[in-house]
Ligand binder design. Structure first.
Ligand code: NOJ
Length: 763
């Protein structure tokens, strides 16, 4: 595969060896060719089909099973009914893959039918959505990215792989690497936020973790970065909506996390639901052929998203399923997820000559290659006793706690109200304080709310039983009667009010976009009533996205963004509130002041009429690119997050201020912990290319390092960025670095920091 710039300047090291599915080896290639030569057309198209073996949801079956469990007094977990025709399809070699089956006994049963009763014995590859953990649920990925700690995320992804592999999963449909700059879009929860450079680092870490080669099961997992490409640009943030962006934006903003994932060894990718310049991604030759194959020379497997081949019809791009199959295979889509245009129509399309057999053969090669590389032919079965031993292992739970602690972002801490002393009498108010299910977040397919530690449980580790009172006050999103008066009453008796507020898990994620991003339901009314008591307010805010909360942020003395923090969220919140853990998370997506500002992101362009102070003087500046009612700046910028200590930045030094195209930018600054507590700081490096053949963003992240300093300790943080990584897609649509003047900053977030200048010279 061709080399592309990678995410450097992170302090992450590999935690365990991982597979690289993009390095082809002659022995595997020979096995692929040998097998391919024996396959019939129906067997070939079968390999290109991923089946949802449960078929459409069967309510009658669900109700019957539920009643059965209730009658027997057992807790109810639904195991859906398998399709009646499934076993015959397996025997005939008509299925290449399963979607979201995580029952080892079912997987083994199906693999056994294939291995014992089908002609060519080509095992299934079982794909599943394991987005932020399998049973040990970590914070939502947006929260995980706020750790700015790729090494930690690699370990978390490895834990997800351990558990998923024990459940029989071979193929993880993650990482979700879509750049998201619109918090209305519910799927912003699933990714690493708004920035391509950070997205690259996180994508690589996750791929390496998922593809760890030393899993307890002895099996292997393949990662599947998604959604290729530009899905996060959905207009108005409405999920599945149309997107329209330039090819330059595609290449410079949306593509880098994918290329980074491929370089880390990801051997598959999922095409997205959206269109790109009018051509749906699933049948788009520019992205599937020109970019993936011709330019990147990437040999991996492309799977469609759920029924996105069939969706070419409502897109108005294909007249019927047959045309959808033809357009997709010709564009370079290898495997079809769930809709069945390939098995139904590819044989006739080949016979009629509308699709060359070579196109199908190439796609089948990619499927077989991955199956061989995963070792599925040698080891198609899952050890059915492993799951029970491995799920929620103590070390996994410990890691979930660490990730949750590092993911939380302290957004405000007036007069150092935090950390709290254990002597403080707390009134704990809000609908998320005693909540388990919502802390799991939007993508916990294997959903066990009973695994979750609530905030109340976390607090009980610090406070005596009579040290706090709790009233929910209202529900998360209903307008139904609330107990606001009781909340006020309990607030009156306390030293400090702890508000635990936010969104439910099902207010973000796939198909869950919002237009109003404030506190849902009657929560703001609850805050207003409690604020009227005059008691100091500390707020823990749980959400699947950046919220729009200027009023709340003004009312409370301290504000902690805790996301949907997974099974250990409650304990992590308490550790931060009482100061056993010093918060170190920083935002990876800007928090707007108002929905009307969206999209608001730090790497915006300057425009021909920039406001002189990032829009904050909007009323004084006529005919500038500003609003008349709200500043341009976000409420909390990208990269922002407070600590219980203070870090001072000084002495920005550039090794050379004139650099050649082959040189490396070397720039450093000293960071000193001026407070009285040890803490971690994410030191960020930004650059701006002042003049280009096309306009450039006002700042671009080019490096970050998370450092830990004792009180009083100082460290010189040095960044090395090869000049070749300062390029972009120029007017001629080629990637390159353009000589000229640059600005550079080292700082604690995207708006503050020490600034310097350098020049790139062509000579
Ligand atoms: C649709 C989602 O867009 C995708 O992320 C997921 O992997 C598939 N469904 C499979 O569940």
């Amino acid at each position: 595969m061709k080399a592309t710039p990678t995410a450097t300047q992170t302090n992450h090291t590999a935690v365990s060896p991982s597979s690289d599915y993009n390095k082809l080896d002659p022995a595997t290639e020979a096995r692929v060719e040998e097998l391919l030569s024996q396959m019939t057309l129906a067997e070939k198209t079968g390999q290109l089909f991923q089946l949802n073996p449960y078929g459409p949801f069967d309510w009658e079956h669900f109700e019957a099973k539920k009643a059965e469990a209730e009658k027997a007094g057992r807790p109810f977990r639904y195991d859906p009914k398998l399709r009646d025709d499934m076993e015959d399809l397996l025997r005939a070699g008509r299925i290449g893959s399963f979607l979201n089956v995580t029952q080892p006994a079912v997987i083994n049963h199906c693999q056994r039918i294939i291995m014992e009763e089908s002609r060519l014995r080509i095992p299934l590859i079982v794909g599943s959505d394991v987005i932020h953990g399998y049973r040990t649920i970590f914070p939502i990925p947006l929260g995980e990215s706020a750790t700015w700690n790729p090494e930690l995320l690699q370990q978390a992804s490895r834990v997800a792989a351990e558990e998923a592999s024990a459940a029989g999963v071979d193929w993880i449909f993650a990482p979700m690497v879509d750049i998201a700059r619109d918090p209305r879009w519910g799927r912003i929860a699933e990714g690493a936020g708004e920035d391509p450079f950070l997205g690259m680092a996180m994508a690589q870490a996750r791929v390496r973790g998922f593809q760890a080669t030393d899993l307890t099961s002895g099996r292997r997992i393949a990662a599947c970065p998604k959604h290729y490409i530009g899905y996060g640009a959905a207009e108005a943030g409405r999920d599945y909506n149309s997107t329209d962006f330039s090819e330059r934006t595609l290449r410079d903003v949306y593509l880098p996390p994918f290329t980074a994932a491929f370089e880390a060894g990801a051997g598959s990718v999922m095409s997205s639901f959206n269109e790109i310049s009018g051509v749906p991604a699933t049948a788009n030759p520019l992205i599937l052929k020109t970019i993936l194959r011709d330019e990147l020379q990437w040999p991996g497997l492309v799977v469609s998203d759920f029924e996105s081949v069939r969706e070419l019809i409502p897109h108005g791009f294909a007249a019927d399923l047959k045309e959808a199959a033809r357009l997709s295979i010709l564009a370079g889509l290898d495997m079809e997820m769930v809709s069945d245009s390939y098995p139904k129509h590819l044989p006739e399309l080949i016979e009629s000559g509308e699709v060359p057999l070579a196109a199908v053969d190439e796609a089948v090669r990619r499927v077989l290659r991955l199956k061989f590389r995963l070792g599925l032919f040698e080891n198609p079965y899952v050890d059915e006793s492993l799951a029970e031993k491995i799920m929620l292992r103590p070390d996994f739970r410990e890691l979930a706690l660490e990730v949750a602690q590092e993911s939380m972002v302290l957004l405000k801490n007036e007069a150092d109200i935090l950390p709290l002393s254990p002597e403080t009498r707390l009134a704990v108010i809000g609908p998320l304080a005693d909540n388990q299910a919502d802390l799991l977040g939007c993508w916990a397919l294997n959903n066990h709310p009973e695994d979750v530690e609530t905030v109340l449980a976390g607090l009980s580790a610090y406070l005596p039983d009579d040290g706090w009172t709790h009233v929910a006050g209202c529900s998360i999103r209903d307008e139904s009667p609330a107990d606001i008066a009781a909340a006020v009453q309990t607030a009156e008796t306390a030293d400090v009010v702890l508000l635990v507020l936010g969104e439910s898990a099902n207010m973000s994620g796939e198909g869950h976009s919002r237009t109003h991003l404030g506190l849902p339901g009657r929560q703001q009314e609850l805050v207003d009533a409690v604020a009227a008591t005059g008691k100091p307010l500390v707020c823990v805010l749980m959400s699947g996205r950046p919220l729009v909360i200027p009023k709340l942020a003004g009312q409370v003395q301290a504000l902690l963004a805790a996301w949907h923090g997974g099974i250990r969220a409650g304990r992590a919140v308490a550790d931060i509130l009482f100061g056993t853990v010093n918060p170190s998370g920083k935002l990876t997506a800007s928090w707007p002041r108002s929905e009307g500002q969206i999209p608001v992101y730090y790497a915006h362009k300057n425009t021909g009429r920039p406001a002189s102070e990032s829009g904050t003087k909007q009323f004084a500046e006529a005919f500038k690119s500003v609003f008349i009612d709200v500043p341009n700046s976000p409420l909390f910028p990208f990269g922002f997050g407070l600590s219980y200590t203070n870090f001072e930045y000084a002495n920005l030094q550039l090794e050379k201020s004139v650099l050649g195209l082959e040189d490396t930018l070397v720039v450093s600054a000293t960071v000193t912990n001026r407070g009285s507590k040890a803490g971690a700081e994410v030191v960020q490096l930004y650059v701006r290319d002042l003049v280009g053949s096309v306009t450039r963003p006002v700042k671009e992240l080019k490096g970050f390092q998370k450092i830990r300093l004792e009180a009083g300790e100082q460290q010189t943080v040095r960044f090395e960025v090869p000049v070749c990584e300062l390029g972009f897609t120029g007017w001629d649509m080629r990637y390159g670095v353009e000589p000229g003047d640059f600005k550079v900053w080292i700082g604690p977030n995207a708006v503050e920091g020490l600034a310097g200048d350098f020049t790139v010279s062509a000579a």
